[in-house]
Ligand binder design. Structure first.
Ligand code: PMP
Length: 408
């Protein structure tokens, strides 16, 4: 309050910045930025204020009231000790994560074979920090998750992307040939893959593990959504000590905002990640919240089953419209092919539905929402497909378009 009783005007945070006199771009150009970062935009899908958000593969169901209340209590307890650094080894959380994996996939591991960080993005960056670097190569198969080349870029690792087949599966023989030629120290295999939803059969993962001279990461961010009978690479851990399976609490656990990802591997791989992690990287608050969510795993997995059913219904519905739809083992669906996917995406946005313009030319990706959100998407899409903005592609795009189909 000022002396006359009026409220002080809010400071404009931009105007309050000390001015260097030039534009933001000029300011950046004057900095000794690494050459490979010049002109690069920060990662991220548009965060728009729209009624139906189906663009970043979040879980549409927030933690229940009971879980939220318990998290509040756990955070309050953690807050009382925030003058101290958190548990650097967080073995309690790692034991809870091991318990969840045993419940979810039947694979039992000691806590020392688990690791966690602020999202599986951080876990995989740590993998590249430990096993990538100058003079080394990382390999994956496109179209796939677009953060992979960014981990490589940020760690000075050479990046090589092989191709998936037109149906987005990985050809084991071609994958082995690429691995034998490139001798990568890291192979990144997303299963289920983003943006396509494609899970890898065990024999492809085994073939890559047999051929790879380095670490093989199977990124199972969406594993809990896989269809019945689809295996998890966790089952192969006992046979391949350089295999690592990355998971996240961002999707199945409805915990994207808490930033908790984790990895299961041999003790040796985990020990390597302990070398490169920053001290106390996982806050006491994060650990407390994650442990509460893990106590409620069974309830969360029931929610996942409902989303799987919703996903299967959405795939069938889209196919009923004569669209091409990739088989999905994830909580999203890739569909096409559209003559002008940007026009379709924009027309959906104008109807209050935000999906993702990503993947190969002509395709769009939609996350599975609540039944109400999915219904809103279906209504909007039906309208758009009946308009010029929803025209289908007449011919398949050049195969050269395919590798461009990475996603964030
Ligand atoms: N892997 C894949 C395939 C993803 O799609 C994502 C998120 N979209 C992640 C990893 C990272 O998720 P998080 O950092 O939230 O664990």
């Amino acid at each position: 309050m000022r002396s006359d009783g009026s409220a002080a005007p809010l400071r404009d945070p931009v105007a309050a910045e000390p001015s260097s006199g030039g534009s933001a771009a000029e300011g950046l150009a004057a900095l000794p930025l690494r050459e490979e970062l010049r002109g690069v935009e920060p990662y991220g899908a548009p965060q728009l204020d729209v009624p139906v958000l189906l663009n970043v593969n979040e879980n549409p169901v927030p933690p229940s009231e009971v879980v939220a209340r318990e998290m509040g209590e756990a955070v309050a307890a953690a807050a009382r000790g925030l003058n101290r650094y958190p548990d650097r080894e967080f073995l309690d959380l790692r034991a809870d994560l091991a318990g969840f994996l045993a419940l979810e996939s039947g694979v039992r591991l000691p806590p020392e074979q688990l690791w966690a960080a602020n999202g599986s993005n951080e876990v995989m960056l740590q993998v590249l920090q430990a096993f990538g670097g100058h003079g080394r190569t990382a390999v994956s198969f496109a179209p796939t998750y677009s953060m992979y080349p960014e981990y490589a870029r940020d760690t000075g690792t050479r990046w090589v992307a092989g191709r998936r087949r037109d149906d987005f599966t990985v050809d084991a023989a071609a994958a082995v040939a690429l691995v034998e030629r490139e001798q990568p120290s890291v192979v990144l295999l997303a299963s289920p893959n983003n943006p396509t939803g494609t899970a890898l059969p065990a024999d492809v993962v085994e073939a890559v593990c047999e051929a790879a001279p380095g670490v093989v990461v199977v990124d199972e961010a969406y594993a809990e959504f896989r269809r019945a009978g689809v295996p998890s690479a966790l089952e192969l851990l006992a046979r391949y000590p350089r295999l690592a399976v990355s998971r996240t609490m961002s999707k199945a656990f409805s915990l994207a905002g808490a930033r908790v990802g984790y990895l299961a591997s041999s003790r040796a791989v985990v020990d390597a990640l302990r070398v490169v992690r920053l001290p106390y990287h996982l806050s006491g608050v994060t650990q407390a919240v994650a442990r509460v969510a893990l106590r409620h795993s069974e309830e969360l997995l029931r929610g996942v089953a409902a989303l799987r059913a919703e996903r299967d219904a959405l795939v069938a519905w889209l196919r009923g419209l004569d669209l091409e739809v990739a088989d999905s083992d994830a909580n999203f669906v890739l569909f096409g092919r559209l003559a002008d996917r940007h026009a379709t995406w924009q027309a959906l946005l104008e109807r209050g539905v935000l999906i993702r313009e990503t993947g190969p030319a002509g395709w769009l990706r939609v996350s599975v929402g609540t039944p109400e959100e999915t219904a809103a998407f279906r209504d909007a899409l039906q309208e758009v497909l009946a308009s010029p903005a929803g025209a289908r592609a007449q011919t398949a795009p050049d195969s050269d378009d395919l590798p461009g189909g990475s996603t964030r």
